[in-house]
Design a protein around this ligand. Structure first.
Ligand code: RRO
Length: 312
């Protein structure tokens, strides 16, 4: 068997593998970030960082079942300074990308000012889609708010930046959001964050399974794959060609990754399955993807990326 080339680029940075963690999965603490650094993931992406550390919502706040997971973590993280120190301390071992989340525009501007002062550029995934902040809406469902934020950001910020979006379900929303995003020098768009405010019910206990928000939370895992693929493919078709698509949602096998790439993803993030299986998941997924590529005589992901066929 020949070994297919799984390498890719993310915002101009070369990665040896197109499979990385999703922000939020196994990437909050020093120990978790070290596990990812030592795994075969193509890069490390941090938990979304805020200006100051946050404890997040009350526990239990994460639950998984065969077909998915539900979470209402509430953005627990160790604060921007911790994640920047981690990136600095790791040097060039493996590309490390930063996820950022802000509670308000002032906080975002302070976070970006902090990044601007660094003597090295940090590629940043700006999270516009956390579904679990009590009393706060998901930013990217408010289109004029996204436009306002991106105008402010690109007024002064020049390091590579992309955004993570929630899922959309209507053609007009795909079109309007793509038109808006096409006005900015974004390097990438990540589709999708967890579909928000879902509910898992345990019929045995006749109860919800997580404590915050009366059991409502964002869902991940196999049950969201068709929604994720639809968002990747729609935005792949609608965004200008210099904005890369990053696929996230429903990845637990090499075949899932193959499907995301076929829909247009340049790399693919793993969340729920990483939480279930631990960082050994990357090696298994790489092997499974290589077997598929080999069977189809593809030698690299670029040979089939975005080439999903329509019927007639
Ligand atoms: O921490 C969370 O509750 C969380 C975040 Br920031 C996010 O972007 N997506 C998610 O499912 N949970």
């Amino acid at each position: 068997m020949t070994q297919a080339d799984l390498s890719t680029h993310w915002a101009g940075v070369s990665l040896s593998s197109c499979i990385v963690n999703a922000s939020g999965a196994w990437c909050s603490t020093f120990a978790e970030l070290m596990d990812l650094t030592e795994s075969t993931s193509g890069a490390v992406l941090t938990k979304s960082a805020t200006l100051y550390p946050r404890k997040g919502n009350l526990e239990p706040r994460y639950f998984q079942w065969t077909y998915g997971s539900i979470n209402s973590m509430g953005l627990p993280n160790l604060g921007i300074d911790f994640y920047l120190d981690f990136i600095r301390s790791q040097g060039a071992k493996k590309p490390i990308f930063l996820s950022l989340a802000a509670m308000n525009p002032e906080e975002l501007s302070k976070l970006l000012q902090r990044l601007r002062k660094l003597d090295f550029p940090v590629v940043t995934e700006l999270n516009l889609s956390c579904p679990n902040l009590i009393g706060k809406p998901q930013l990217a469902y408010d289109f004029s708010c996204v436009e306002e934020i991106l105008k402010k950001v690109f007024d002064f910020y020049e390091f590579p930046l992309g955004v993570k979006l929630p899922p959309y379900f209507d053609t007009i929303h795909f079109e309007e959001m793509a038109e808006l995003l096409n006005c900015f020098p974004l390097k990438f768009v990540t589709c999708i964050n967890s579909p928000g405010n879902a509910l898992f019910v345990d019929p045995q206990t006749e109860s919800v399974v997580i404590k915050p928000k009366e059991g409502f939370g964002g869902i991940g895992g196999p049950c969201i794959k068709p929604i994720a693929l639809a968002n990747v493919n729609k935005f792949f078709k609608l965004l200008k060609s210099d904005i890369q698509l990053i696929g996230c949602g429903g990845v637990s096998s090499g075949q899932d990754i193959f499907e995301h790439i076929l829909c247009g993803a340049s790399l693919v993030q793993v969340g729920t399955q990483l939480m279930k299986e631990g960082p050994g998941v990357f090696e298994r997924l790489q092997e499974e993807l290589c077997v598929i590529l080999d069977r189809k005589s593809y030698t690299s992901i670029e040979e089939f990326r975005g080439k999903l066929k329509s019927l007639g």
